[in-house]
Design a protein around this ligand. Sequence first.
Ligand code: BTN
Length: 323
Amino acid sequence: MYKEKILNLLRSSRSGFISGEELARICGISRTMVWKHIKSLEREGFGIEAVTSQGYKITTMPDILRQGDIRPGLKTRVIGKAIHLLSEVASTNTLAMEMAANGTPEGTVVIAETQTKGKGRLGRKWISPKGNLYFSVVLRPNVPMHKAPLITLMGAVAVASAIRTQCGLAAGIKWPNDILISGKKVSGLLTEMSAEQDRIRHIVLGIGVDVNMEMGELPPEVRSLTTTLAAEAGAKINRIALLQQLLRDLESWYQKFLKNDADILEEWKKLNVTVGNRVTVSGMGESLVGLAQGVDNEGRLIVRLDDGTIRTVAAGDVTIVKK
Ligand code: BTN
């Protein structure tokens, strides 16, 4: 608690020094205790300059997510009501699904710095080195089960919008929910659901965004298909500000989804980079080639095959065939 307070005091006087005596007086602790907390902050990665007769000053901040940094300025009503921040977890989705089954409130967010068993779509792994964002949001929408796929599209719209707003990058959506920049994947979404008959009990929307990781962290076979926000922007991205924007956009698009899901499809269509292209769709035991014509009201991809047959696809992997 004192460490957090000292950190906040140092941060609010970032331009100048603040003396150990002053820190001790404000916190109501001894100067030795102040010194111990300063050492502990240094161990966490903060660069702190100490100058005799002037005091302490923060020089560099570590790229770590801290509860105390996420909440201020978030201003959401539902999403992020409870935030569970972990340095490592098997999968934020798996943990969020467990928490949801145990009654955690809607809007609970589980975030981790790394995942040891990150899950991707279609049973794939999601490699999760440090420097990116990995989080899952618990939702309890009161809508029939056939609307569930629209929640994934809603998540993709929110992620693409947040990246556009926060990083100024032209993020687009490849069906159903890959976020691409310049044709390379920068984010993916995985939705898991618990339901009974036609009622959704809860949905966990899992989001992975490649933000600041080194590309060398990825296996060579996916490297050429992937990018990071930092690589696209040409500078490191502030993960806290991005996370806050993501949570804010998720909240506003989720509210829109609950009011009128047609708004989601309309926005998804604007951001999508699939429709109008010749595509290969694979992953459901067959591979289709044709023109991606559109999406139906439930978010399924409509493909016109070369013989004119129309096929509607609920799940799969799309590759855009280069013209
Ligand atoms: C995809 O295959 O594109 C979906 C990737 C989803 C990854 C995220 S990272 C946070 C959450 N936890 C997981 O285990 N997976 C999702």
